[in-house]
Design a protein around this ligand. Sequence first.
Ligand code: NAP
Length: 309
Amino acid sequence: MTLYDVAIVGAGPAGLTAGIYTGRSLLKTVIIEKGPAGGLMALTDKLDNWPGLPGVEGGELSEIMLKQAESFGCELKIGDVAEINKDADGFFTVALSHDEGIRAKAVIYASGSTPRKIGVKGEMEFIGRGVSYCAVCDAAFYRNLRVAVVGGGDSAIKEALYLTKFAKEVVIIHRRQGFRAEKITMEEAHKNEKISFMTDAIVEEIAGTQFVEKLQIKNVKTNEVTEHPFDGAFIFVGYDPQVEPIKHFVTLTEQNFIVADSHMKTNIEGLFAAGDIVDKLIRQVATAVGDGATAGTATEHYIAALGQS
Ligand code: NAP
């Protein structure tokens, strides 16, 4: 098994930034990623709150960050991390699903999160046939169609706005009256003529034949269930952290986010965490990048101390 100084799990903004820092410190770094580089950032249309480059496309920023990490010597390895363990010699083994894996002196875990499901009848059955978790990926299939967006956070409202470029009507279905999304985004949505809102409402069932045709929607105040025609349902009800490979030894919150200190250290010496996976106030590209820079620098210090012991 190849021994690296640092194994970074996840090539989102946190992992790529960590790689830029460890690469610049001349540490032999591998970044392991199972999907496209950039993570959720790569699936984001435009970033309005990325300082210095307002409106930059998520895919473009991902490519630039990847090239920058590679230019400092980071190796990108495609693979699905199955389990991470700390061995008797103090180094880590990162086991992959379809590969013998690698060893590393330190690990930066920045694997991000996956879209949460609403868990209703029809949701799994119609994935790719009307049910989607990514507007940037699938919106173009809904040209001149009527779609539902489920959720009331920044993701739901931003993705609903993106969908209006294609769909003829976008209905945001949210389980209460108040929205978590930023005020400025809500204002934009309220001004958009293609967007309407159904509040105090939850989806009870997604139905159709080949593709999604209708949703059963329950008003949570009256308990009345009604049927509404829709060509698609885009679901944005939050993201679950991907902690399977480390949950046997890393301290997590009740919601499965990693507990890390201000240096991005976890309870395991030599294992650092960065990005959306960490328990923190906001999960944005700007904060992921900050975590990555801190984790990269803390890792450099950790490895330097190993050399002196
Ligand atoms: P979120 O902020 O956790 O919002 C999830 C939304 O889904 C909430 O409105 C929640 O309702 C609703 N929800 C949760 N479970 C549900 C269920 N089972 N059925 C129906 N509705 C359900 O998640 P997010 O919007 O994905 O955002 C995640 C993080 O990324 C946040 O920190 C957000 O600010 C950030 N983000 C930022 C931007 C940006 O451009 N600034 C863009 C995207 C995401 P309740 O409100 O009732 O709990």
